[in-house]
Design a binder for this molecule. Structure first.
Ligand code: 4AD
Ligand code: MG
Length: 428
């Protein structure tokens, strides 16, 4: 029996298997807080009504001891919708050694050292589950929109997002392989086979950014579609993000309550998104007191300023091509701009998505590859798509941990992935 299903067995016998994450005794009663992965429940052992062996076993329980319990399910005397187990039988599976994570406040470094155990705490449990819900929501939405999953490689011969953040790995007699920064270039190739597709997996950036929003290994979903142009690309992104919000509000109520997330803010974000051109965004930022100049990338503070009064995420579209990657398509009404967008979430969560229409003209793309100082031979296969039935196409990449951070309201991205990889952390 799973704890989450105990409501189906009120006044009946049930057996649950899990861990004791808290315990207290008072006289002839033992209160055991049990966690089984599916939920949390209080089990009560009454000395008067259990066999003496059961009571003896109780004395041996330590924090995180694993147990099998039998008992009768009762409704919680005060909390509606919660249940308790009146224990009749108890088996200790493994008596835990003294648990290093106590009830007192621990610093983040300490908790990160013990990440493999910290994952058991209710808050981390809730984050893991919201993360899973977001993954499900993304898969579900994309399939509804006729995208299929096509996996892209992790070992790659060339850069997708600039050569400065590549991790190199010695690769037999072929020199260096690079860990993928985004599968985009590969799924662009696959759209000529399946029309619409996406990948979803770990990507790597040797970024020296020690912020609350950067990991060196994170998960990205790249989506790409043939015959999708800029406008439709933005619409898809908005629909996806709003789908994620609704999915989590419906399926993660308990988790968001544990995380003390203000769900009203999320509800409000499920409304038409704001759109600003880069040009207007820069003007607005200057008005708001930023010292940003036209041609600069947006920093964390700028993103915060632009969204601080917005209840919904904000698209910043049509950036100068000089500060964006080689593959983005020029805006026909101003060739210095590209048909791209960054989607900035509310409440200071920062950029969730980067997307664009792709350059589909062979010569213009070749020119951009050369201008960026990239080796043409590395991109020949990518240029080939512009030789054999080139089509207008667009896509975008959403950062999973950024999205988890926004939906959960967690302060630091390191809690949004089970085992974070950062510049100064490779363990556990
Ligand atoms: O904006 P980015 O760099 O876009 C791309 O990689 C495109 N190739 C995607 C595409 O068009 N298919 O990255 C996409 C998203 C960002 O918006 C952000 O959410 C996340 O990936 N991201 C990071 N997340 C955590 N740590 C980092 N160091 C990240 N860098 C980017
Ligand atoms: Mg970006």
């Amino acid at each position: 029996m799973l704890v989450k299903d105990l409501n189906k067995l009120v006044n009946k016998e049930a057996e649950i298997k899990g861990w004791v994450f808290n315990l207290r005794s008072s006289g002839s009663l033992y209160f055991l807080q049990i966690r089984d992965g599916s939920g949390f429940v209080q089990a009560i052992v009454n000395k008067e009504s259990v066999a003496s062996e059961v009571w003896e076993q109780c004395q041996k329980i330590t924090l995180e001891t694993s147990v099998v319990l039998q008992g009768v399910v009762t409704e919680h005397p005060k909390k509606i919708g919660e249940y308790e187990l009146q224990v009749t039988g108890l088996k200790l599976i493994h008596i835990a050694e003294e648990y290093p994570i106590g009830k007192k406040e621990h610093g983040p470094d300490f908790l990160m050292e013990w990440r493999h155990l910290w994952l058991r705490s209710p808050k981390q449990w809730a984050i893991l589950r919201v993360r899973d819900a977001i993954i499900l929501a993304i898969n579900e939405f994309l399939h509804q929109q006729n995208f299929i999953k096509v996996d892209s490689p992790v070992f790659t011969p060339n850069a997708c997002e600039g050569t400065t953040t590549l991790f190199a790995v010695p690769y037999f007699d072929l020199g260096n392989a690079f860990l993928s920064q985004s599968g985009q270039l590969y799924i662009e190739a696959a759209i000529s086979s399946v029309g619409r597709c996406y990948d979803f997996g770990p990507v790597f950036r040797a970024e020296k950014s020690k912020t609350k929003r950067h990991l060196t290994e994170f998960w990205m979903m790249d989506a790409e579609g043939a015959f999708i142009e800029h406008e439709e690309n933005l619409r898809l992104q908005e629909d996806l993000v709003r789908y994620i919000i609704r999915y989590c509000l419906t399926n993660c109520q308990k988790e968001l309550a544990i995380l003390e997330r203000d769900t009203q803010k999320l509800q409000q974000a499920d409304a038409p998104f704001v759109r600003l051109s880069y040009d207007v965004a820069i003007k607005k930022l200057k008005e708001l007191g930023s010292d940003i100049q036209y041609g600069d990338d947006l920093g964390n503070d700028d993103e915060g300023l632009l969204t601080k009064d917005s209840a919904v995420p904000v698209f910043i579209e049509k950036w100068p091509k000089s500060i964006k990657p080689f593959y983005m398509k020029r805006d026909s009404s101003n060739p210095d701009l590209v048909l791209n967008d960054d989607l900035i979430a509310t409440e200071g969560a920062g950029e969730l998505i980067g997307g664009s229409q792709r350059e589909d003209d062979y010569n213009l793309l070749l020119e951009r590859i050369k201008a960026e100082g990239l080796k043409v031979e590395d991109y020949e296969w990518y240029l080939d798509m512009r030789k054999y039935g080139s089509v207008p196409h667009s896509g975008f990449g959403i950062g999973l941990e950024r999205t988890v951070r926004w939906i959960t309201g967690v302060e630091h991205i390191r809690e949004c992935i089970p085992f974070p990889r950062m510049i100064t952390r490779l363990k556990p």
